[in-house]
Ligand binder design. Structure first.
Ligand SMILES: NC(=O)c1ccc[n+]([C@@H]2O[C@H](COP(=O)([O-])OP(=O)(O)OC[C@H]3O[C@@H](n4cnc5c(N)ncnc54)[C@H](OP(=O)(O)O)[C@@H]3O)[C@@H](O)[C@H]2O)c1
Length: 315
């Protein structure tokens, strides 16, 4: 994938001064447009690059509405789609991606596709079967990232699933492999047996659920953080502490939440099926929050999960 800019992952306490190059320091001047925020990437521990921004598609139907949203996102400059077998919309996402690649003549390598192994499919053979089924639904030859959606309670099965992911990576069916909803103890157990260190851990992260301890553990192993529910599912967008910062910066509350995460080097996966929101969520890169803004956001809390107990990885 051609990287417009690589933002190195940073320790949690080191903020990136300026999230993206401005038009001036990108070297671009009018009428040439600066690169789209959708193409900004970070490097994973396996050397592959992953776009910092993805369109999340949880609860998106397996039909035209999702096809349209994915197409709008790709047209706007997103280059990363985050799906899952559990979301039951892999066909719609695949149709949209393939049509868009064909329409625009874009090479497959320029779009980053993630999907996930559902909990019912843990185990070596079952994992490989589930991966093949997801590839069939997407009608793709490989995924850029395949994740274990949640750690099975059965440690042996969990590790068998990981071995299957390692095999799939060797076979070229997935370029990067990672986990989701893994806590520190799950990671410890996995790393003791794994040949490949997970490239990412996808967990709930936003200013109301900061997960500092777990993020420190992941960073210590070179595991990138994918922040899911980065908009706190929309629940906190009217919180006066967020709207005050948004007004101060002339930004939307959603952009403030996304900027907080991106500024920490986290990959963000905002979900929207609404064209205007898909577009405005992209504009979360081009401003810098002040130290005072960060202090206020950092003070909001650490354990206010919006996704419920199913997805609480123990830190
Ligand atoms: N690995 C896991 O276990 C896991 C768990 C949860 C989520 N995820 C991933 O992370 C993605 C995002 O998480 P999420 O879907 O839970 O929640 P989210 O992205 O935090 O929030 C999505 C909600 O916010 C609304 N929204 C989006 N942009 C907005 C804006 N600019 N202004 C106001 N409202 C806005 C959306 O509505 P509309 O769609 O109506 O615009 C939707 O209701 C998922 O889609 C999925 O890909 C992974």
């Amino acid at each position: 994938m051609a990287a417009a800019a690589a933002i190195p992952l940073t320790p949690l306490d080191t903020r990136i001064e300026r999230v993206l190059p401005t038009r001036e320091d990108s070297g671009y001047s009018s009428p040439v447009e600066p690169p789209s925020p959708g193409s900004f990437t970070v490097k994973l521990n396996d050397g592959n690059e992953i776009p910092l921004l993805a369109l999340g598609v949880y609860k998106a139907p397996n039909g035209q509405e999702t096809e349209d949203a994915v197409t709008i996102a790709l047209d706007a400059g997103y280059r990363h789609i985050d799906s899952a077998a559990r979301y039951a919309n892999e066909e719609a996402c695949g149709r949209a991606v393939r049509k868009w690649l064909e329409k625009t003549g874009t090479p497959r390598e320029d779009v980053f596709i993630t999907t996930k192994l559902w909990d019912a499919d843990h185990g070596y053979e079952a994992t490989l079967g589930a991966l093949c089924e997801s590839l069939r639904k997407f009608q793709l030859d490989y995924f850029d990232l395949y994740l274990i959606h949640s750690p099975s309670d059965d440690k042996e099965k969990r590790h068998q699933s990981w071995r299957a992911l390692e095999t799939a990576q060797k076979l070229g069916k997935v370029r990067s492999i990672g986990v989701s909803n893994f806590g520190a103890s799950h990671l410890d157990g996995l790393l003791a047996e794994a040949r490949v260190v997970p490239a990412v851990n996808q967990i709930e992260v936003h200013p109301f659920c900061q997960r500092r301890a777990l993020i420190d553990v992941c960073r210590g192993h070179g595991i990138a953080i994918e922040a899911y529910s980065p908009l706190a599912r929309g629940d906190k967008l009217r919180d006066p502490r967020i709207t005050r910062i948004a007004e101060r910066n002339g930004r939307t509350p959603a952009q403030i939440l996304l900027n907080w995460n991106i500024s920490r080097g986290n990959i963000v996966l905002p979900k929207s099926l609404t064209a205007g929101r898909i577009l405005s969520n992209m504009e979360s890169f081009s401003f810098t929050l002040s130290p005072e803004d960060f202090a206020e956001l950092d003070a909001l809390g650490s354990e206010n999960y919006v996704t419920g107990s199913l997805h609480r990885s123990e830190d």
